[in-house]
Design a protein around this ligand. Structure first.
Ligand code: XMP
Length: 540
């Protein structure tokens, strides 16, 4: 098992950022709820423990408190912001409401350069603060090692007992040398090596998948997106032909999407791939439908039926597996086909770590509110398949690194997010084959020119939206009365908020000229200048 640092989450919106910073130091990190019993933590043999920040005040009645025994597990402890106040309060110090809230940039002066946290760092550092309460008395055995204008205890330590605290946030980018402070904690204080690499992860994950699956068969719904693609490549490495992927063409895919998936997974990786062209089924269900919510529901429901039929068809063709599978670990949802298709015991999904981290139910905790839903692919109830989720301890950026390690092409690994209901949410009003043809060609030009300019992989999403608005134009000597195309380019960290991207005028001009020259049916190109909020990324 990897060396690991345990992070106790007290509801900070930065807890996941702490976990990522540690992993960037090639050390594995696990996020646990703040009240996880110390005996449970001890089982993980953590090399160190970090107490995260949080929105509460340590003297509030309902303040989230850790099991006190975490301080005597023998592992070094680092408290960050709320975490250091907690540490002080628990060990006999004092925390009081600050006269002034300390928020934003500050200058840290390191007073004791022998403190391991600040080794290799200058005596003065820019740091980022976000706290109202402040430490006014240190617990016995602690001494201050750094100060800010507002706080004589901005960094503290009890070197003998390996307990440390920072009043500021080393994990955020506004503390430019913060990663080095975290690196010093995990390497110099906790003594961790650099064992967390994607190369090592492949070996461990392959062994774990083989252990879980045994000789059974696994099915995976491949969308061509980053997560399902990396999961497919990893599973294939582990269990080869025991894996079958199903790729459904729902009729609202982008240009060459179906072909690329078949080329990469079928021809290049030799993964067993069932390609289901259900475009006619989907498009006939969408005929005459203009309401965006109904379009989504129709596509979701039809996907389940198509997937279900594909599993049944595969079952008819495949011999029953001989190995007895273990009892299901989770009672989860599955296609109806699974009830009739005993050949497939496992359903693989590209669930990521942020989907499985238990959120902390603390009032005012924004991290709890924005928690993403657990992605079960919308498959119906009655599921009897067991889940294989080989990416469930990875963050998105680690999944991309894993994809590269497994030899997946850059176009897949750095693919922009694409919604499940596909072009249906970018083709406003009724979705018709004619409109889809126009949208596909225009979208391909947008993507091609973005890639040629080198900006495609630097933006979160760039795509075309077909507006069912006709206006008058003139092309050659002819008067036209055609549709309008909107270009949408946004910058975002997670899709929750977004800014529109100021694309260079010459690039926009090129895209617009090519679209109006090359795509029949469009005579006007416009640019979407809306951020999220107040807009959304997709138009629908
Ligand atoms: P909005 O339009 O809500 O989109 O600002 C936020 C992010 O989510 C993507 N999106 C979806 N992804 N299924 C998905 O898998 C969906 O139904 C869906 N709708 C929106 C969108 O592309 C953006 O990245």
């Amino acid at each position: 098992m990897n060396e690991q640092i345990v992070i106790l989450d007290f509801g900070s919106q930065y807890t996941q950022v702490i976990a990522r910073r540690i992993r960037e130091c090639n050390v594995y990190s696990t996020i646990l709820r703040y009240d996880t019993p110390a005996v449970k933590i001890a089982v993980l043999k953590p090399s160190g423990i970090i107490l995260s920040g949080g929105p509460s005040s340590v003297y509030a009645k309902d303040a989230p408190l850790p099991d006190k025994a975490v301080f005597s597990l023998g592992a070094p402890v680092l408290g960050i912001c709320f975490g250091v106040q907690l540490l002080a309060q628990f060990l006999g110090g004092r925390v009081e409401k600050g006269q002034k809230r300390e928020y934003g940039k500050g200058t840290l002066k390191v007073k004791d350069s022998s403190c391991a946290l600040f080794q290799g760092l200058p005596a003065q550092l820019q740091v980022w603060n976000s706290h109202g309460d402040k430490l006014t008395k240190l617990p016995r055995g602690f001494k201050p090692v750094a100060v800010t204008e507002n706080s004589p205890f901005a960094a503290i330590e009890n070197r003998a007992q390996k307990l440390f605290g920072l009043q500021f946030h080393p994990e955020v980018v506004h503390t430019p040398r913060g990663s080095e402070i975290i690196s010093n904690f995990v390497h110099k204080i906790c003594g961790c090596g650099k064992s967390w690499t994607m190369r090592n992860y492949v070996e461990q994950a392959v062994a774990e998948i083989r252990r879980q699956v045994g000789g059974e068969k696994v099915i995976l719904g491949l969308s061509g997106g980053v997560d399902s693609s990396v999961a497919a490549a990893l599973l294939h490495k582990a269990i080869g032909n025991q894996l079958t992927c199903i790729f459904v063409n729902n009729g609202v895919l982008r240009a060459r999407e179906a072909e690329t998936v078949q080329e990469v997974f079928g021809k290049h990786f030799h993964i067993k791939l069932k390609y289901v062209d259900a475009s006619k089924r989907f498009l006939s269900k969408l005929r005459g439908v203009t309401d965006p919510e109904r379009k989504r529901k129709i596509i979701g429901a039809e996907f389940i039926r198509v997937f279900d039929d594909a599993v049944i068809e595969l079952t008819k063709k495949s011999p029953k597996s001989k190995v007895q599978s273990p009892k299901p670990e989770f009672p989860i949802r599955t296609p109806h086909s699974a009830l009739r298709a005993p050949h497939y015991k496992f359903l693989a999904q590209g669930t990521l770590y942020p989907d499985v981290i238990e959120s902390v139910p603390i009032a005012g905790n924004p991290a709890a509110m924005i928690k993403s839903h657990h992605n079960v692919g919308g498959l119906p109830k009655k599921m009897k398949l067991q889940l294989v989720e080989p990416l469930k301890c990875l963050f998105k950026d680690e999944v991309r690194l894993l994809g590269l390690e497994l030899g997946l092409p850059k176009e897949i690994v750095y693919r922009q997010p694409f919604p499940g209901p596909g072009l249906a949410v970018r083709c406003l009003g009724e979705v018709t084959p004619e409109k889809l043809k126009v949208l596909r060609r225009a979208d391909a030009i947008v993507v091609e020119e973005m890639k040629a300019s080198g900006l495609y992989y630097k933006t979160w999403q760039t795509f075309a939206v077909l507006l069912p608005v006709r206006s008058v134009g003139v092309q050659g000597d002819e008067r036209t009365y055609d549709w309008t195309l909107a270009i949408r380019a946004v910058e975002s960290q997670d899709g929750m908020t977004a800014d529109w991207v100021k694309l260079p005028y010459d690039l926009l001009e090129k895209i617009s000229l090519r679209i109006t020259n090359e795509v029949r049916g469009l005579n006007r190109v416009v640019l979407d200048l809306t951020s999220k909020p107040p807009g959304t990324i997709e138009w629908e």
